[in-house]
Design a protein around this ligand. Structure first.
Ligand code: HEM
Ligand SMILES: *[C@@H]1O[C@H](CO)[C@@H](O)[C@H](O)[C@H]1NC(C)=O
Ligand SMILES: *[C@@H]1O[C@H](CO)[C@@H](O)[C@H](O)[C@H]1NC(C)=O
Ligand SMILES: *[C@@H]1O[C@H](CO)[C@@H](O)[C@H](O)[C@H]1NC(C)=O
Length: 356
């Protein structure tokens, strides 16, 4: 994939000088000062699955070398998981009202597959001790890092939810690209996320794709006056009227025209240039409550990286299940009590035990 260069940082650590060039930044955060939900910890799997993080990073590195677009898909799944009923991976449940709800329609099928493949690798190594929710959170972190974004620690110990959200709950909790800053600020406040978190987290749109339907209303029937003319002209070529609602077009375009596959602060530069894709993006630079935050990230990538890491750590702890709540799924797409494979294995184990 053009433009995607990835270096195995570990291999370069022996040469510290080189490492500082080749590796994306490890954010300097005072982790001990960050609020952590009861039941989560930074070293949760240190004894039960010490290789967890290296297994995930190594596997994702391989996948992203073939297709860096998968990083965006994985990052978005974690966001959609956390915003609806918390980071309990119920968005992964096949056939659920939550997964099938309209705002989740463009979550990538490949992202779900990758998460369960990671689970399989991890469970082969450690047994069924690591939750799909933690794997999803780590995959999101590595998607950021391996796209040249910041590296940061993830508090672990999440458990997997036993029931998905309803369609209505899903619609209520996931913001729309049509929503303006005021609505987004109010929506995030309900989750204890503030305007700075909103601006930082929206910076995830520095990677990935969007379907025409998410921004057509900014092109037709009249062009959004906050959109740069040449940007609008290009978007109209990508998404002609026929590709705009109500048709079910699958045409997509990149969310960050400057560096589409790189996790950097170009998203904010785009907003300053009036080249943000969604209303929810561009309005962050129009609204006086968030404009200065956008500017501060546009001119300072380190500041953005540090805030993004902090906001992700916060978002990643929304309504988590811990301790004995929930379960550790044996298949990320299905709860254990509905898992035919698992029930079969348990019965076989019981039969084995009965022989003694
Ligand atoms: C603040 C409100 C947000 C709104 C309204 C919003 C909306 C959207 C929409 C409409 C798309 C396009 C989906 C498509 O057409 O295929 C998208 C893509 C994406 N969003 Fe957001 N988003 C928001 C926040 C976030 C956050 C907090 C994250 C992660 C931290 C995130 C990560 C992504 C990524 C990575 C993509 C690209 C997905 C891909 O390429 O498959 N978004 N978002
Ligand atoms: C956010 O946008 C959606 C889609 O346009 C709309 O239905 C919803 O009412 C908006 N949210 C609020 C709180 O206005
Ligand atoms: C878009 O993709 C979906 C899912 O693959 C497919 O069902 C639909 O027919 C496609 N739409 C068009 C207009 O090709
Ligand atoms: C996990 O569950 C899904 C949905 O029931 C099924 O399609 C898939 O084959 C299962 N995966 C494994 C590895 O058993």
């Amino acid at each position: 994939m053009a433009g995607f260069v990835s270096f195995p940082c570990v291999l370069l650590i022996s040469s510290l000088l080189l490492a500082s060039y080749a590796c994306a930044s490890e954010v300097e955060l005072d982790y001990s000062s960050l609020p952590i939900e009861t039941g989560l910890s930074w070293d949760f799997y240190d004894s039960s699955c010490p290789k967890l993080e290296s297994i995930i990073r190594t596997e994702l590195k391989k996948i992203f070398e073939k297709d860096i677009g998968q990083a965006a898909g994985l990052l978005r799944v974690h966001f959609h998981d956390c915003f609806v009923k918390g980071c309990d991976s119920t968005v992964l449940l096949d056939g659920s009202a939550e997964k099938n709800a309209e705002p989740n329609k463009f979550l990538r099928a490949t992202a779900f597959e990758i998460i369960d493949d990671l689970r399989e690798l991890v469970h082969k190594e450690c047994g069924r001790v690591v939750s799909c929710s933690d794997i999803t959170a780590l995959a999101a972190r590595d998607s950021v890092f391996l796209s040249k974004g910041p590296d940061y620690n993830v508090p672990l110990g999440r458990r997997d939810g036993l029931s998905s959200a309803t369609e209505e709950e899903t619609l209520e909790n996931l913001p729309s690209p049509d929503n303006k800053t005021g609505i987004l600020i109010d929506a995030l406040a309900l989750k204890n996320l503030d305007a700075t978190d909103l601006v930082a987290l929206s910076g995830a749109h520095t990677i990935g794709l969007a379907h025409c339907s998410a921004f057509c209303n900014r092109l037709y029937p009249t062009q959004d006056p906050t959109m740069d003319d040449s940007f609008a002209a290009d978007l109209k070529k990508v998404c002609p009227t026929e590709d705009c609602p109500p048709t079910d077009s699958n045409t997509t375009t990149v969310e960050d025209i400057l560096t589409p596959d790189e996790f950097d602060n170009a998203y904010y530069v785009n907003l300053v240039n009036r080249q943000g894709l969604f209303t929810s993006d561009q309005d962050l630079y129009t609204d006086s409550r968030t404009k200065d935050i956008v500017t501060s990230f546009a001119v300072n990538k380190d500041l953005f990286f540090e805030q993004f890491a902090k906001s992700m750590i916060k978002m990643g702890q929304l309504s988590v299940l811990t301790g004995n709540d929930g379960e550790i799924r044996a298949n990320c797409s299905v709860i254990n009590s509905d898992n035919v494979e698992l029930i079969k294995t348990v019965v076989e184990e019981d039969e084995d035990a009965a022989e003694f």
